[in-house]
Unconditional design. Structure first.
Lengths: 311, 176
């Protein structure tokens, strides 16, 4: 111990830093660094793309460590889940049996509709939708702040992930890829302040823009007055804007009070462990995302890259 | 240094080079933990400000080992990883340092409730500042409930963090 500190003192003397000068340097360093931070904030605000490459490379560098560290936490979460499941096994079983009855009915309906759909498509000589490919990946980072809603995933350009691709789980839409590194990517959640998703409210067949505000429930904007939507209506992507294909399930209308209706996402966004990054072959149609412009709630050309709709 | 004489901090001769890295290493670890996905059921997608806990602890006990430059780099790293505007966390951490340093003598060698009370005040003001900065940058009023909840979460988890950091400090630095 003694020799260690002696060598540290020696080293300090060698580079000529007496404790006094060190203290003086620290006194200057603090205001300088405060100023530098403030400048970075302003620069980052003025030019949002400026820090993107830095951010991507930091994320890339840290992603292996994040991956390793997130595993035991995920295992712990699963353990807690399992304990809860064990307690609720009787109710769950009854609920699932009922649900199974209902789903069997829907399976029949779906099979019938699928064959009918195939026949009609053939009749209409409908252009086939672009082939979809996907990568399944683990969530390795979730800043979980009140200000940014995004997830970090352990797949990047090496795995074929590109900016603008959709991130989904079995339940529905999670968000879209906003930044891509070689090994990691960031997914902007549909609840983020900067997220805008063109959707259709089923039932009323109303088009709207699903806008996040960092709360758990994003809201529906640009709805027609008297649109006649109800609590419980399904909300799916409309395919407008060409970022998402039409018909991806997003959530259900949860409340109509307040200035805009709110949507409860199908996916429990704070608990996603695995994600599917899907390439619907639409990413090319995506204009370069400009966060400031998107905040105004409009895309440059809402119909750019729109695919043949299903409706 | 004048700062050192304010309390009974570990004598410098007990430090070895590894121990001297402890404050920076644990603060960085806190940053990485802050962006870990929490798969806890019912979690409201909010993570306590772990980095602030580490910064507070080390600014009280070993401010010499967590210099402003380290705070700046840790803050920038956290902002970049979290996808937040770079500089915001760095600014908050840097501003917290002189405030804590000035009040340091009230906390060193005092019972834990004093330390905790100091942290409560610091967290309240830091998180309020963070909220204000984000509101200004985004041009909208961000939901305040999330901010309050995060402050409460951070304050209530501080004793555990303080215990762990204290243990690490005693183990590697010998006293404290």
């Amino acid at each position: 111990m003694q020799s260690g500190s002696a060598s540290a003192v020696q080293a300090r003397e060698m580079i000529g830093l007496s404790p006094l000068r060190r203290a003086a340097m620290q006194r200057i360093a603090l205001p300088l660094l405060v100023l530098l931070s403030a400048m970075m904030i302003l620069l980052g605000k003025a030019d949002q793309v400026m820090f993107e490459s830095l951010r991507v490379s930091v994320t890339d560098t840290v992603s292996p460590a994040l991956d390793v560290m997130s595993r035991p936490l995920a295992a712990l979460g699963r353990l807690i889940d399992r304990a809860r499941d064990f307690v609720a096994v009787y109710q769950d079983n009854r609920r699932l049996a009922e649900e199974n009855d209902r789903l069997l009915h829907w399976q029949q309906a779906a099979l019938k509709l699928a064959s009918e759909n195939a026949r009609l498509r053939e009749l209409l000589k409908l252009t086939p939708e672009p082939a979809t490919t996907f990568v399944t990946t683990r969530v390795i980072g979730d800043p979980g702040g009140a200000y940014v809603r995004s997830l970090m995933v352990h797949a990047g350009s090496e795995n074929g992930v590109e900016r603008g691709q959709a991130a989904v789980t079995g339940e529905g839409l999670v968000g879209r890829v906003s930044e891509v590194g070689s090994r990691a990517a960031r997914v902007l959640l549909i609840t983020d302040l900067n997220s805008r998703v063109p959707v259709i409210v089923e039932g009323a067949q109303q088009r709207a823009l699903l806008t996040g505000d960092n709360s758990e429930r994003p809201c529906l904007r640009y709805l027609d007055a008297g649109a006649g939507i109800k609590v419980g209506d399904r909300v799916v992507t409309s395919g407008q804007g060409g970022v998402f294909p039409p018909g991806l399930p997003v959530g259900v209308v949860a409340s109509l009070d307040g200035e805009a209706p709110r949507v409860e996402p199908y996916v429990e966004l704070s608990r996603v462990e695995y994600l599917r990054i899907v390439d619907y072959g639409l990413a090319e149609g995506l204009p370069k995302p400009v966060p400031i412009a998107s905040r105004s709630g409009r895309r440059a050309d809402p119909l750019a890259g729109t695919q043949l709709g299903r409706r | 240094m004048a700062l050192r004489s304010a309390g009974t901090v570990t004598p410098q001769q007990a430090d070895n080079p590894v121990a001297r890295l402890l404050p920076i290493a644990t603060t960085l670890l806190a940053t990485v933990i802050s962006i870990q996905p929490a798969h806890i059921p019912g979690d409201a997608a909010l993570t306590p400000a772990f980095t602030l806990m580490a910064v507070y602890h080390w600014t009280i006990y070993r401010p010499d080992l967590l210099p402003p430059l380290a705070l700046f780099l840790v803050g920038i790293t956290q902002d970049l990883l979290a996808g937040a505007p770079p500089g915001v966390t760095a600014l908050v951490l840097l501003l917290a340092r002189p405030v804590v340093l000035r009040q340091r003598r009230h906390f060193v060698n005092r019972p834990f409730p004093f330390v905790w009370a100091g942290f409560t005040v610091l967290t309240g003001s830091s998180i309020l500042l963070l909220w204000t900065l984000h509101c200004l940058l985004d041009g909208v009023v961000v939901d305040f409930r999330g901010t309050v909840f995060r402050a409460v979460l951070t304050i209530s988890m501080f004793p555990m963090a303080s215990f762990l950091l204290g243990r690490a400090q005693r183990t590697l630095m010998g006293a404290g």
